[in-house]
Design a protein around this ligand. Structure first.
Ligand code: NAD
Ligand code: UGA
Length: 458
C-alpha cells in the first residue's frame, strides 16, 4: 500500500508512543514509524505488554499497529525514508558539569540531530516535540546545516501538552496545538504542512502558530504556571493547618472566581512527574543565563515550596506519631506520581519513602500499576520494604497509612476492615485529601489530612 506521507518519530517514550499512535489512528493515509535506541522498549511496543500504562492506549495501538503504525530500531534506514521527523527524546536535568541540577541535558537531543544530518538524503521537516530551552531550534539548525550539503531542513517547534493518565483524551481533544516556525516563506510552508497533519482531527481554531522561540518558551511557561498553582495552594495548606481554615473550602472559594478558575488547586504532598521540576529548573537556569536573577528566583520558589511540602508531610507524621517512627510499620497507598499511570518519575512518594527510611520505619508499598517501578527505585534501602498490590493486605499490622496517590480504588476501600487489622492507635495521613475524614475518625482512626484540621482521639 502506498502512503501519502512518511512520518517518523525518534524516541518511543511517554510522548513519542502515544502521540504517534494518535496520528496513525486519525490519519490512515500516512505511514507512521517510531524508532528508539532501546530495543527492549521497541519490543514492548510490538507486544501486548506496552512499555507504558495509559488508559485507552493499548486499544488504539492494537487497531493501527502493523497497518500504518510501526515500531523498530532501524533509525538510519527510517530517517532516509521519512519526509517529516518528530524528535521526542528525553531532555532530563543535567547531572554533571556546568548547570548540573538545573539546565536541560541536551546530549540525546544533539545526538539525534547529528544522526539525522548523517543519514538524510532528501529534504526533511524536523519537529521538536521534546521540551527544550528557548533557542534550541537555532542549535538544531546549525547542526543540520553544518555540512553545507544541498539537503534542506526546516525546523519547527511543536511542544506536547499531554498529561499522563489522560494522554489519549488530551491527544484526541487538545486544548490547543502550538506550532512555531521561522517566519520565512520556507518556515511558513513547513508549518502549513504540519498544520495539515493536525487538521485531520483537530479543529482549525485550536491550532495556533507563532514564531519558533515563542513556541519553545510557551511550553516551559505552561508547565511553570501549572506547577505554580499547585505550589501556591500547597503553601496555603500549611497556613490552613495553623489556623483551622480548610484548604478545600479555600480552593473552592478562590477557584469560583472565573478569572482564577478551579483547576489545579488540589492541595497535595507536592507535584511529581518527569517534567514540572525539570522544566522550571530549566526556566530558572535560562533566566540566570540571561542575567535575570529576580525572575529566576521568583520561579525557583515554585520548586522550593514543593520540596517544603514533601518534607512537611514527613515531619507531620513524625510529630503526630509521638516523635518517633523507628520500627513502626507504615503503609504507603500509591507510589506513582499521579493516578492512572505507572510512572514514578519524581513521584513525591519516592522522597517520602526515602525520608521514612531515614527514620528507620518498616515500609509497605502498594500501588495498582507502579509496583515494579517502585521495587527498582527502592531496592537499595537499608530497611525492610515489602511490595504488596492488595491494599487490604498491605495495611495488616501497620501503625499508619499514608495516601500518596489519588487512585480511585483507595477512595472505595472498606476502612473498617482495614482498621480492625491495624496496630493501635491507628493513624492515617491523607496526602491527597481523597478520603472521607469524618467517617475514618468515627471508625477510630486518627486522621491527618493536608491543610485541614486534624481529627485525633489522642
Ligand atoms: P521518555 O524517557 O519516556 O522517552 C524518551 C525516549 O527517547 C526513550 O525511549 C529513549 O530511549 C529515547 N532516546 C534517547 N536518545 C535517543 C536517540 N539518540 N535515538 C533514539 N531514541 C532515543 O521521555 P518522555 O516522557 O517521552 O519525554 C520526551 C520529551 O517530551 C521530554 O522532553 C519531555 O520533557 C517532553 N514531554 C513529556 C511529557 C510526559 O508526559 N512525559 C509531556 C509533554 C512533554
Ligand atoms: C504535566 C502537564 O499537565 C502537561 O500539560 C504537560 O504536557 C506535562 O506535565 C509535561 O510536560 O510532561 P503530568 O506531569 O503528566 O502533566 O501530570 P499533571 O496532571 O500535570 O500532574 C502533575 C503533578 O501535579 C502530579 O503529581 C499531580 O498529582 C500533581 N497535582 C496536580 C496536584 O498536586 N494538584 C493538582 O491540583 C493537580
Amino acid at each position: 500500500m502506498s502512503f501519502k506521507k512518511s512520518i517518523l518519530c525518534i524516541g518511543a517514550g511517554y510522548v513519542g508512543g502515544p502521540t504517534m499512535a494518535m496520528i496513525a489512528y486519525k490519519c490512515p493515509q500516512y505511514k507512521v514509524t517510531v524508532v528508539d535506541i532501546s530495543s527492549s522498549r521497541i519490543d514492548a511496543w510490538n507486544s501486548d505488554n506496552l512499555p507504558i500504562y495509559e488508559p485507552g492506549l493499548y486499544e488504539i495501538v492494537k487497531t493501527v499497529r502493523g497497518k500504518n503504525l510501526f515500531f523498530n530500531v532501524d533509525i538510519e534506514e527510517e530517517i532516509i525514508k521519512a519526509d517529516t521527523i518528530f524528535v521526542s527524546v528525553n531532555t532530563p536535568t543535567k547531572t554533571f558539569g556546568t548547570g548540573a541540577g538545573m539546565a536541560a541535558d541536551l546530549q540525546y537531543w544533539e545526538k539525534t540531530a547529528r544522526k539525522i544530518r548523517e543519514c538524510a538524503t532528501s529534504n526533511k521537516i524536523i519537529i521538536e516535540k521534546s521540551t527544550l530551552p528557548v533557542k534550541t531550534a537555532l542549535a538544531m539548525e546549525r547542526i543540520l546545516t553544518s555540512q553545507n550539503s544541498s539537503i534542506r531542513f526546516d525546523v519547527l517547534s511543536n511542544p506536547e501538552f499531554l498529561a499522563e493518565g489522560t494522554a489519549i483524551k488530551d491527544l484526541e481533544f487538545p486544548d490547543r496545538v502550538l506550532i512555531g516556525s521561522r517566519e520565512t516563506p520556507e518556515g511558513i510552508s513547513a508549518r502549513d504542512e504540519l498544520v495539515q497533519i493536525y487538521l485531520n482531527w483537530v479543529p482549525k481554531q485550536k491550532i495556533i502558530t507563532s514564531n519558533i522561540w515563542s513556541s519553545e518558551l510557551s511550553k516551559l511557561v505552561s508547565n511553570a504556571f501549572l506547577a505554580q498553582r499547585i505550589s501556591s495552594i500547597n503553601s496555603i495548606s500549611a497556613l490552613c493547618e495553623k489556623t483551622e481554615a480548610d484548604i478545600t473550602e479555600v480552593s473552592k472559594a478562590v477557584g469560583m472566581d472565573m478569572r482564577i478558575g478551579s483547576k489545579f488547586l488540589n492541595a497535595s504532598i507536592g507535584f511529581g512527574g518527569s517534567c514540572f521540576k525539570k522544566d522550571i529548573l530549566n526556566l530558572v537556569y535560562l533566566c540566570e543565563q540571561y542575567g535575570l536573577s529576580e525572575v529566576a528566583s521568583y520561579w525557583h520558589g515554585v520548586v522550593k515550596i514543593n520540596e517544603y511540602q514533601k518534607e512537611r508531610f514527613v515531619l507531620n507524621m513524625l510529630k503526630y506519631m509521638f516523635n518517633t517512627l523507628a520500627g513502626k510499620k507504615i503503609s504507603l497507598l500509591g507510589f506513582s506520581f499521579k493516578a492512572d499511570t505507572g510512572d514514578i518519575r519524581e513521584s513525591p512518594a519516592i522522597f517520602i519513602a526515602k525520608r521514612l527510611a531515614e527514620e528507620k520505619v518498616e515500609l509497605v508499598i502498594s500501588d495498582p500499576k507502579a509496583l515494579q517501578n517502585a521495587k527498582n527505585e527502592l531496592c537499595n534501602l537499608d530497611i525492610t520494604v515489602s511490595f504488596i498490590e492488595d491494599p487490604y493486605e498491605a495495611c495488616i499490622n501497620s501503625d499508619a497509612i499514608a495516601v500518596m496517590t489519588e487512585w480511585s480504588v483507595y477512595r472505595a476501600l472498606d476502612y473498617e476492615k482495614i482498621y480492625k487489622d491495624m496496630a493501635k492507635p491507628a493513624f492515617i495521613f491523607d496526602g491527597r485529601n481523597i478520603l472521607d475524614h469524618k467517617k475514618l475518625f468515627e471508625i477510630g482512626f486518627n486522621v491527618f489530612p493536608i491543610g485541614k484540621p486534624s481529627m485525633s482521639h489522642l
